[in-house]
Ligand binder design. Structure first.
Ligand SMILES: [Zn+2]
Length: 223
């Protein structure tokens, strides 16, 4: 069966943030997904733990269909997202994370401080990954099983640390169908503020991440 892992960031109308998706676009996208995919055909993931997720969750909880994973940066807890270059959306508080976990949102780890993991030394990377897992488990009272690599940056030693830390799966930002065989290199389709309805639908139907990806695939088929 075709599966799609979808990657969102902020759900807000923030013109200077290309990764934000306005609520109006988001609700249209969710309704389209509900009409075209079974409940086990889509996983909705949200990176960075932005507080505006609470508005998105109010819609998703009522729509109630697809599994949802929120990837939180465990040191942020209510602070502005300092790692974002274009904007500083506030992040979910400790209490928000606890409440969301109780309401059925899976809380995943996105490290403690959102570093470029392959660029820091392995001891520091190990600390980022394991400390974040322990902290989020302490907050939610549940095992943290999913991980998302900050900036999608990953290397074989980082995968090894994530696996040995006790995670069951890890998500990249490489586009493609969601069911590739390595559970520590799961592909996602990133949705951006600039995506038209047409591009969103084409991304979902093909697993491509952009117009450029789509054109490359067409060119390859025509060879
Ligand atoms: Zn991130």
């Amino acid at each position: 069966m075709t599966t799609r892992n979808i990657c969102y960031h902020s759900i807000s109308d923030t013109p200077d943030d290309p990764w934000s998706v306005p609520m109006e676009h988001f609700t249209w996208q969710i309704e389209w997904l509900k009409r075209h995919y079974p409940s086990n055909g889509v996983t909705l993931t949200f990176d960075d733990g932005f507080a505006d997720f609470c508005d998105a969750w109010a819609h998703l909880r009522d729509a109630g269909k697809f599994p949802v994973i929120m990837f939180a940066v465990s040191d942020s807890q209510g602070a502005p997202a300092w790692w974002h270059s274009t904007t500083s959306h506030p992040t979910l508080s400790r209490q928000d994370l606890r409440d969301l976990a109780r309401q059925g949102v899976e809380i995943g780890s996105h490290t403690a401080t959102h570093p470029h993991l392959p660029q820091i030394d392995l001891d520091a990377a190990h600390e980022e990954i394991t400390r974040s897992k322990a902290e989020l488990e302490e907050i939610t009272g549940a095992p943290v099983q999913s991980f998302a690599y900050p900036y999608g940056k990953v290397s074989p030693p980082i995968v090894k640390i994530v696996r040995e830390a006790g995670f069951s799966r890890a998500y990249t930002v490489r586009s493609g169908p969601g069911q590739n065989s390595d559970p520590f290199m799961l592909q996602r389709i990133m949705v951006l503020r600039s995506d038209s309805k047409l591009l969103f639908v084409l991304k979902m139907l093909t697993g491509c991440g952009s117009w450029i990806d789509l054109l490359r695939r067409c060119a390859w088929r025509l060879r």
